[in-house]
Design a protein around this ligand. Structure first.
Ligand code: SF4
Length: 355
């Protein structure tokens, strides 16, 4: 069974066509989009620019409830909030709002579960439940923008400025809905949220065919490639899709993306103690990346309960950073927001199932 159709699943033209099919003027779709994307309103009874009968019909047909809050957990003094959502068929997904002094970011899920099977990842262990629709992904963004605008996140009302596809799932394995969501995020108001493509990050574990498709779109989002190790031997186990697309093919595709969009891409690297954090791997990574337009984000692994995979020792992490810098590679250690609220992807959904 598919999720109900939503405004966010449709192009601007299709939204107008649906309005006409319902016996309404096509501009009514734009009015609905204005309330949804621009005003971030979820109170149709206040939309007095629409006649009541048209409004009820359009809301029923274009704005069905797709995500229902199950629970929220906050930390960092209320500046980080993780939301767990129930979808129409009972499936659970999550998103995380992170507020910084100069920006507010939401990390969203593109699939329920994930089929990529990375052994160190909680989501990967449970496998893929299903792809999310564009409406279901967009709703996470709009709900987060609304929460920020209403001042629900500590620090007063704020505009959502950044979106990262780094929650549950492999975004490029659910390509169509993810691209439609990118369009909803980047299209100017009132038909979209009007967030700059440069402030949107699409991550991938290295689906080369997906990166190539994204390159052809020519939308300058930030591409984040989860490499996790520079050598194929370990990557074949750590990131099993490497058996299909190896390290050099992934970097070739990312370079082509950079050449087309002019956007530096990021290399995501979860540092795992005694697995991929050795000095020789830092050196190999440095040599691979030194003439490429990339930035490395080192992510201290967030251990999952009962897992043998854990974060690197501080001294190994420091040495890893140093060795990359020796090669002139730009590198930062990612701030691990949300760590005390089951921050690893999928953990909040996983713990809910155990209640
Ligand atoms: S690390 Fe990412 S790609 Fe790998 S299983 Fe987890 S969610 Fe999927």
């Amino acid at each position: 069974m598919k999720p109900p159709r939503h405004l966010a699943d449709l192009t601007v033209e299709q939204r107008g066509e649906v309005a006409v099919e319902l016996g309404e003027k096509s501009f009514r779709a734009k009015q609905i989009a204005t309330h949804y994307f621009e005003h971030l309103s979820d109170e149709p009874q206040t939309w007095t620019d629409l006649p009541t009968s048209s409004r009820d019909l359009l809301v029923e047909s274009l704005l069905p409830t797709l995500i229902t809050p199950v629970r929220s957990v906050t930390c960092d003094g209320g500046r980080t909030r993780k939301d767990l959502w129930r979808l129409f068929d009972g499936v659970l997904v999550e998103s995380v709002i992170m507020r910084y002094p100069d920006r507010a970011t939401v990390c969203i899920s593109s699939q329920a579960g994930c089929g990529m099977g990375c052994p160190f990842c909680a989501t990967g262990q449970a496998g893929l439940t299903r792809n999310l629709s564009a409406g279901e992904i967009t709703e996470q963004v709009v709900a987060s923008a609304r929460a920020l605008a209403r001042g629900e996140i500590a620090g007063g009302p704020m505009r959502l400025s950044n979106v990262v596809f780094m929650g549950m799932g492999e975004p490029l394995a659910n390509y169509g809905p993810v691209i439609q969501t990118v369009r909803n995020i980047t299209t100017p108001m009132p038909n979209g949220l009007g967030i700059s493509a440069r402030s949107v990050t699409v991550s991938t574990v290295g689906l080369v065919n997906g990166i190539d498709r994204l390159t052809k779109e020519g939308i300058p989002v930030t591409l984040a490639v989860s490499l996790h190790t520079p050598d194929d031997e370990l990557r074949d186990t750590l990131v099993p899709i490497n058996n299909r697309f190896n390290v050099s093919e992934v970097l070739r595709a990312a370079d082509a993306y950079e050449a087309r969009t002019g956007r530096r891409y990021s290399i995501e690297y979860a540092l795992i103690r005694d697995i991929n954090d050795q000095a020789w791997r830092a050196d190999l990574l440095g040599r691979l990346l030194k003439n490429r337009n990339t930035h490395v984000n080192l992510i201290p692994l967030n251990p999952t309960p009962g897992s043998k995979w854990t974060a690197s020792r501080q001294e190994d992490q420091d040495a890893f950073v140093h060795l990359l810098e020796v090669h002139g590679v730009s590198v930062t250690v990612r701030d691990t927001r949300g760590r005390e609220i089951d921050g690893a992807c999928g953990q909040l959904a996983a713990s809910e199932k155990n209640i």
